[in-house]
Design a binder for this molecule. Structure first.
Ligand code: AMP
Ligand code: MG
Length: 414
């Protein structure tokens, strides 16, 4: 078993060269099921939107020139020809000195080029008194002014939320092509770890990592398969991993990667097939024992057991891979600039990540990054308190108080 520590940059390079991640293919799904999926092809409009000139107000469609000079003191009179019905093509046209009643969203009739707001008129039978002039195109949304036929509206690789799905509906699409979601098996190891929902015997703790990692997989565009908890036993672990290799595109484990007698994960991963272990140990703090195996084309990321280290190393090393497999750009840039509230020290020779909470300093009117204790204490509350982390390079001793730092967020909001 080799235990040569890679630098963080070497580890990233090893991932790129050995895993060569790529999207897993394309599938067609209903637009209503598309939340959080990733568009696989550019969305191109094959119609003009709006598809006709339409009124943006309730009022009267007119020829603008017929209203020139009209104001409160010198109103003008027009003859109402009838009404335009919404949702139908207009059955009348507007000539000189004429007006047609119209509602918001209805098509502008032939001959008219603008709409006088109902508030600026007074109507008696078919006589319309106009108290305000309009210019050409006033209160009209022109055909194709929003989206033009042939225009690319969303690019492949875009994740879909309520706004994007609304735009795709506007194009008339009920089905869309998205990237297949990578399935990622997630399991926890440790004879002390118990599944939530079960009683907690003495000496045991509840499993945090499988839950936080399953959710992190979802946030990264993958589909987690929860495999539960495996005790520190080689044979059981081996069987569970073999089962996971059949159904999943990638595997995440936590715990059992240090150098104690119970730390059986690296050797077990290596025994599963070729090429086996890619690295076991990276000069990081926290997260030094993080391990990567590759069995055939399927990566197995093994994170340390401390919940914060597990999540942090997931973000640093596994998340970009899952994002690429899901068709997303490898890194999102959820970064926030803030000022350090304390001096933050690095670990000699290791890329150090200090978990921080972002706060607003009302007096100084600025955002501050407050270190959240984690490290040796392995405090669970770190996870709840920290919004993200600050990175300190290997050759830098510390970040000083009041220094501006860039916080990489765990989630897209904080
Ligand atoms: P290990 O990396 O297995 O040495 O575990 C380091 C620490 O993290 C130990 O205190 C474990 O009990 C704890 N730990 C390991 N796995 C989990 C887990 N899934 N959920 C919560 N704590 C864990
Ligand atoms: Mg353990």
């Amino acid at each position: 078993m080799f235990r040569k520590l890679l630098t963080y940059d070497e580890a990233k390079k090893a991932i790129e060269q050995n895993l060569k991640p790529k999207p897993l293919g394309i599938e067609e799904i209903s637009l209503l099921e598309a939340y959080n999926r990733v568009l696989a092809v550019d969305a191109v409009s094959n119609l003009d939107i709006p598809p006709f000139h339409r009124s943006t107000v309730d009022g009267y469609a007119v020829k603008a020139e017929d209203t020139y000079g009209a104001d409160e003191n010198q109103p003008l009179k027009l003859r109402v020809r009838g009404s335009v019905h919404i949702g139908e093509s207009p059955k009348l046209s507007v000539g000189s000195g004429e007006a047609a009643e119209i509602v918001t969203g209805a098509p502008i009739p032939e001959g008219a080029d603008s709409v006088v707001m109902v508030e600026d008129t007074h109507r008696q039978d078919n006589e319309l008194v106009v108290y305000s002039s309009v210019t050409k195109s006033e209160n009209v949304q022109k055909l194709g002014s929003d989206i033009k036929n042939g225009e690319i509206i969303l690019n492949a690789g875009q994740s879909l939320g309520s706004r994007e799905i609304g735009v795709l509906a506007a194009l008339g699409k009920s089905k869309i092509e998205v990237f297949k979601m990578p399935t990622v098996a997630v399991l926890s190891t440790g004879s002390e770890v118990t599944e939530p929902g079960k009683p907690l015997p003495e000496g045991k703790i509840y499993d945090i990592n499988a839950y936080s990692l399953c959710t992190a997989v979802r946030e990264s565009g993958g589909k987690p398969i929860y495999m539960g908890v495996v005790p520190d036993e080689k044979e059981t672990l081996r069987k569970t991993l073999e089962e996971a290799l059949i159904s999943a595109d990638a595997i995440l484990t936590s715990g059992g990667v240090s150098v104690g007698p119970k730390d059986i994960v690296p050797v077990t991963v290596d025994s599963l097939g070729k090429p086996g272990l890619i690295f076991s140990g990276v000069a990081l703090k926290p997260g030094k024992p993080v391990t990567l195996g590759l069995i055939g084309k399927k990566p197995i990321f093994s994170f340390p057991g401390h919940p914060t280290s597990a999540l942090l190393t997931f973000h640093l090393l596994a998340k970009p891979v899952i994002r690429i497999m899901a068709g997303k750009p490898p890194q999102e840039t959820a970064l926030v600039k803030a000022y350090a509230t304390k001096r933050m020290f690095s670990a000699k020779g290791r890329r150090t990540f200090v978990t921080v909470r972002i706060k607003h300093d009302d007096a100084a009117k600025r955002l501050v990054a407050e270190p959240v204790e984690s490290g040796a204490s392995g405090a669970i509350t770190t996870l709840a308190k920290a919004d993200g982390f600050v990175e300190i390079p290997e050759n830098q001793q510390f970040i000083d108080v009041d220094e501006q730092v860039v916080v990489q967020l765990f989630s897209e909001t904080w």
